[in-house]
Write a protein that binds this ligand. Structure first.
Ligand SMILES: *Cc1c(COP(=O)(O)O)cnc(C)c1O
Length: 435
């Protein structure tokens, strides 16, 4: 177990402190005013869709009215549109422990996974196997099916792939083995894992796992969707090869805001990503008939960026410019520890590790009627979410939640369970509901 310097967690040290006392000592409490949240809502779903930063509407309006409306096509240069995929990447870089020039903002996490997984496979000729985890977010699993020389035949996640004559090209932790080590050998080209598990909130030891993967000659891809903006990430110091992540969860970039992609500088010259569009060309405005990749991280770009969405991300990153990530981690652990402590008497099983150093910034509790309980909480203004089959998921985002909010959320859960209100018919899943 590695030691975590951020465990000076006041609520762990002194359970007698009130939520108000913890909030009075919170160095991040001023950030609440930088978000626009509806009154009477306690928002515990910022790990799925971050709320609206207060400066976003004006920033988006400026892009629409001035940069587009007045500037028209001149804004590609005058407003710096052309440089934004790299420029926004360099603004995200400090949040993921990356030196400049290795991160771009483009496309979706799913599309970027396709690019980096294919690039990693091509960097390890002679090796064909991808290792991932059965419990991964589905798009990550689906993409590991879609990359490679040809799409593999459809298999259910539970049914082993391949045969003795055609060894499986994909191995899944939790299906083909119970430890990563037993899945690694000289056939493995790349390993894809989530830094924080979307369902349980378990945090992986990025450095140790990356080192293990490298010892077996494979490349490491981390999915940071549930860690960027939730805790400090150290991509360079952990010697990571590639990473992807989305910006609409903890970063608050807005619905559908574009994803980011990190590639370590040492791979740029040889990296050969498959979506060779003109934005990744060495000289896009030469309009040459043949593709020549841009030097550096630019070769991971594909097509025209979504500028309206970029404006939302710019506004969100203005907030992040002022955030101390060590303080963020301390408060995150204080909030999740408090929620775990206050809900412990309810007797629900927690999927989230009790050990702070193995925890992201969410708490997941099991209940056989999790969906109905979550719906009853939402009716009371406490917005969490449900993940099939029986998980209630609560995200704790330190920039706009207080310890008093955590206490109130725990109390709401206690009341919903004690009263049995969740049994009422209106909380039953409608047929064909999207969960
Ligand atoms: C949210 C999430 C995604 C989202 O991918 P999109 O392409 O943005 O839809 C991918 N991976 C993980 C682990 C996620 O949590």
């Amino acid at each position: 177990m590695h030691s975590d310097p951020h465990l000076a967690d006041p609520s762990l040290a002194d359970p007698s402190l009130t939520a108000e006392a913890l909030d009075a000592a919170d160095p991040l409490r001023g950030f609440r005013d930088r978000f626009t949240l509806p009154k009477d809502v306690l928002y515990l779903d910022g790990n799925s869709l971050g709320p609206l930063p207060a400066n976003t509407p004006a920033r988006v309006a400026r892009l629409v009215e001035q940069e587009w409306g007045e500037g028209l096509i001149r804004s590609w240069n005058d407003a710096g549109w052309y440089d934004l995929p790299r420029g926004l990447g360099d603004r995200i870089a400090p949040l993921v422990g990356a030196a400049a020039g290795q991160t771009v903002v483009c496309d979706s996490t799913s599309v970027n996974l396709f690019k980096v997984l294919t690039a990693a496979l091509r960097l390890r000729p002679g090796r064909q196997v991808i290792v991932s985890e059965l419990g991964s977010f589905p798009t990550d699993l689906y993409l590991t099916e879609g990359v490679g020389p040809a799409r593999r035949p459809t298999t259910t996640p539970e049914a082993p792939e391949g045969s003795a004559s055609r060894p499986g090209l994909r191995r899944l932790l939790g299906r083909d083995g119970s430890t990563l080590e037993e899945l690694l050998d000289g056939d493995v080209a790349v390993v894809l894992l989530s830094h924080v598990d979307y369902r349980t909130g378990r945090l992986q030891d990025m450095s140790a796992v990356t080192e293990l993967v490298h010892r077996h000659g494979a490349l490491m891809v981390w999915d940071l969707c549930h860690s960027v903006g939730a805790l400090p990430v150290q991509l360079d110091a952990s010697d990571v090869d590639f990473a992807v992540g989305c910006t609409y969860k903890y970063l608050n970039g807005g619905p559908g805001s574009p994803a980011f992609l990190y590639a370590a500088a040492r791979h740029h010259a040889a990296a050969d990503q498959p979506l060779t569009g003109w934005f990744g060309h060495a000289d896009p405005f030469a309009f040459e008939p043949g593709y020549r990749p841009a030097p550096g991280i630019g070769r991971f770009l594909t097509g025209t960026p979504p500028l309206l969405s970029f404006a939302g991300l710019q506004a969100a990153l203005d907030v992040w410019d002022d955030v101390d990530l060590a303080a963020l981690r301390t408060k995150s652990l204080s909030l999740t520890s408090l929620f775990l402590r206050l809900t412990e008497p309810l007797g629900l099983e927690s999927l989230t590790p009790a050990e702070p150093e193995q925890r992201g910034s969410q708490v997941s509790l099991r209940h056989p009627h999790a969906r109905a309980v979550v719906q009853a909480l939402i009716e009371r203004g406490v917005i969490g979410d449900f993940r099939a089959p029986d998980v209630m998921r609560f995200g704790f985002t330190p920039l706009y939640l207080s310890h008093a909010d955590v206490r109130d959320a725990a109390e709401a859960l206690r009341e919903v369970l004690a009263s049995g209100v969740w049994r009422e018919a209106r909380f039953a899943a409608p047929a064909g509901a999207v969960t």
